[in-house]
Design a protein around this ligand. Structure first.
Ligand code: ADP
Ligand code: MG
Length: 697
């Protein structure tokens, strides 16, 4: 239960005076539903005003405070023209402009013949002075009632800065006195004030320097957020570790058979990762480990060997992929090797139905099958394993902490928890890995199998698209296969699909029925079928929106064309490029861009041409774009930060990480006075679900 002391902060914004239903809706969308969300909505700028007595050209674009005489109202004649009010500042005319102005209200505020003091940004409109929507209007004798500087908040259409300023004036004075959760020596060293003082200060900037990320006030608030995040993850981690796992010690015989059946030897990086995983599986605690490896680094075989170990020890193992296609691909890669080693292997997806499904579930429950490969369908309630020992989740970052836990709950209670291995092909910058996967141990495959040739990567102007399309002929004649990726059009699936369909028709004119199309609006069966035809070579050009599955392996694919590459994230481009040049033939990646490119866009495409090191690319992407955008925070299950900036605050993140570990080592149940304060912190940042792990074992 949320502590009482936080109740006022978790009150709906509509409780503030001046915030009615319309504003409530807008604020909810922009910041969030409660007062606390307004509190976290920190200013992003500052208005500095100049008090002036007369208008001169040098003041244009400045925020001024000026006394004027109101001459004449010119109500708007129709919806398109604004409401104008002619005024005089001394002998100089000045027009006040209001869009959607209400006459009655404006006449009351600015009566003809009256004097008023107003503030706003002075504009030059075709040689005359005007001010659009003055932000303050007061009687001239109300001295000092227009502040000389004010914070500027991020807005959306329909919200004015004054709404936020007025709201802040209401909630800032009544902020609760929260107990201090930070260590005193840290506060002293960083020169941080308390939570309340810091929040007030962050809302009251006085100079531009107050917006730097490392002012004491902002740094303190960011640290609080990072500490809440790290503490929550550490709680999950400790609760997992506390649960007895089950030592799955195998004799290595099945693993050896698999190794013998492989047409290659493992790379050093694969071997190292495998050792770490094997030690966890053998160990008495539950494994919760992240295996990171760039596309093509060879995670699948590592996964198979880990599963073999579980089977050697008498348990079952499962691997779960995010899509049907990927699950099938895993099955096709794993099944031949597994059967050579005497393992039985099953595929379970959402398409499995009826009697067939019953039969499969029966085998699963009776234990006559060793390995299960599947999709989300594995989460279904009636799916019961005979004795699940190891669960592997592939290509995730679409799953959050809680889903990882849900899968691990599929094991037999009396046998302790299921070991969980999460695999991702998205290289995650260290800072991000800490905040998203801080509950897991990490293994990294940072080396690719030998013999891979670099992909020839080029940036090409959209002007030359026709040349590119014509040029594909040579590749097709050589029996090679081509991906042509069309981008998301402003997040609209409809336009998005239209663009892909247009490109499809264009290429069809050139290459007839060698061209296939795949996009998000097609039924999964149709997508799969087209993908299948591309795999078998029935079609040679696959036009796709970004739905082409990360991880799908078509060794004959050698060319990756990405239209409007400037609209993609670097990590995404890197993933797409990783789809080609896998089968021994050299790969080509053409990044088609619309000029002119901005500086950042240029830099991004440049990095891609420079390196194929996914980790470097991910770090650069984070630097250039910010964490949220990088992985598409919303779908990804990654935490969103309101105050912390992972790039700017990486030093603080490291401190928070150590702090969280130390705290729980000393005060496992958070019962000391500082522990109690830290519980409040978790609630404050809505990491409540972590508190569960304090009580449940
Ligand atoms: P990813 O990490 O992207 O899942 P995969 O496991 O699909 O990579 O491996 C990519 C390809 O590399 C597969 O065809 C696989 O058989 C091959 N491979 C894996 N490990 C090695 C290795 N040590 N030497 C040579 N080829 C390998
Ligand atoms: Mg893979």
């Amino acid at each position: 239960m949320r502590p009482k002391i936080l109740f006022s902060l978790f009150t709906p914004v509509s409780k503030l005076t001046g915030i009615g239903p319309r504003l409530t809706g807008l604020i909810e969308k922009l910041a969030g539903p409660n007062i606390i969300d307004l509190a976290w909505h920190l200013p992003v700028g500052l208005v500095k005003r100049h008090q002036v007595a007369a208008l001169i050209p040098g003041l244009v674009d400045q925020n001024i405070v000026v006394v004027l005489r109101i001459d004449q109202h010119m109500p708007s004649r129709n919806r398109r023209t604004p409401y104008r009010i002619h005024c005089m500042v001394g002998n100089e005319p000045l027009t006040l402009v209001f869009f959607n102005g209400r006459e009655e209200y404006l006449r009351r505020q600015l009566p003809e013949g009256g004097m008023r003091k107003i503030s706003g940004k002075l504009e030059d409109y075709n040689g005359s002075y005007q001010i659009t929507h003055p932000d303050h209007i007061v009687k001239p004798d109300e001295t000092d009632s227009i502040p000389m500087f004010e914070p500027v908040y991020r807005l959306t259409a329909g919200l004015t800065n004054q709404t936020f300023i007025k709201a802040a004036k209401q909630f800032l004075p009544t902020l609760p006195d929260l107990p201090e959760w930070n260590d005193k020596t840290l506060l002293a060293r960083e020169k941080w004030a308390g939570w309340k003082e810091s929040l007030r200060e962050a809302h009251a900037p006085k100079e531009d320097a107050d917006f730097e990320r490392d002012t004491p006030a902002r740094a303190r608030l960011a640290y609080d957020e990072l500490l809440a995040n790290q503490l929550a993850l550490e709680l999950v981690r400790r609760s997992m570790k506390r649960k007895p796992g089950r030592p799955l010690v195998g004799d290595g015989k099945i693993r050896q058979k698999i190794l013998n059946a492989l047409p290659f030897t493992l790379t050093n990086a694969q071997m190292k990762a495998l050792k770490e995983i094997e030690a966890d599986i053998e160990g008495p605690h539950r494994m919760l480990r992240l295996l990171q490896g760039d596309v093509g680094s060879g995670k699948t075989v590592v996964a198979l060997l880990a599963m073999a170990q579980a089977v050697e020890a008498g348990a079952q193992a499962t691997i779960m992929a995010p899509t049907e296609i990927l699950a099938r691909q895993h099955f096709n890669a794993i099944e031949p090797l597994a059967s050579k080693a005497g393992l039985t292997c099953l595929l379970i997806t959402g398409r499995l139905k009826g009697k067939k499904r019953d039969a499969v579930l029966e085998k699963l429950a009776s234990g006559t099958v060793d390995l299960v490969i599947g999709t989300h369908a594995l989460f279904q309630e009636d799916i019961a394993f005979h004795d699940l020992g190891l669960a592997i989740i592939d290509e995730q970052h679409r799953f959050g902490v809680h889903q990882r836990l849900a899968l691990s709950a599929k094991g037999r209670k009396e046998n302790g928890g299921v070991d969980v291995l999460v695999m991702t092909a998205t290289p995650i910058p260290r800072t991000l890995a800490l905040t998203a996967y801080g509950d897991m141990d990490v293994s990294i495959i940072d080396e690719k199998p030998p013999g891979r040739k670099p992909v020839d990567t080029r940036a090409i102007d959209l002007d030359r698209l026709d040349d590119v399309a014509q040029g594909l002929k040579r590749k097709l004649d050589a029996g090679e296969r081509i991906y042509w990726v069309c981008p998301l059009v402003e997040e609209s699936l409809v336009l998005d699909v239209a663009a892909a369909e247009e490109r499809f028709r264009h290429l069809q004119q050139l290459y007839g029925d060698q061209v296939g199309l795949i996009h998000g609006r097609l039924k999964p069966e149709v997508k799969d079928e087209t993908m299948q035809r591309f795999m078998t070579g029935e079609i040679s050009i696959l036009v796709a929106t970004t739905v082409i599955e990360v991880g799908v392996d078509v060794p004959e694919a050698t060319v990756m064309i990405i239209e409007h590459a400037e609209r993609f994230g670097l990590a995404q481009l890197h993933q797409l490029r990783g789809r080609v040049g896998r089968g021994g033939l050299p790969g080509t990646c053409l990044l088609i861009y619309a000029s002119p490119l901005g500086e950042t866009q240029k830099a991004r495409l440049g990095i891609l041409r420079e390196t194929e090191d996914g980790f470097r690319i991910a770090e650069e992407d984070l630097r250039l774009r910010g964490a949220g955008e990088l992985l598409g925070t919303r779908q990804s299950g990654l935490p969103e930060f309101r105050l912390a900036d992972l790039q700017a605050h990486s030093r603080l993140l490291a401190i928070a990480r150590d702090d969280a570990r130390l705290i729980l080592e000393k005060d496992e149940k958070l019962t000391s006075p500082r522990g109690e304060a830290l519980r409040t912190l978790l609630y404050l940042f809505e990491r409540d679900s972590a508190i569960r792990y304090l009580t449940s074992g």
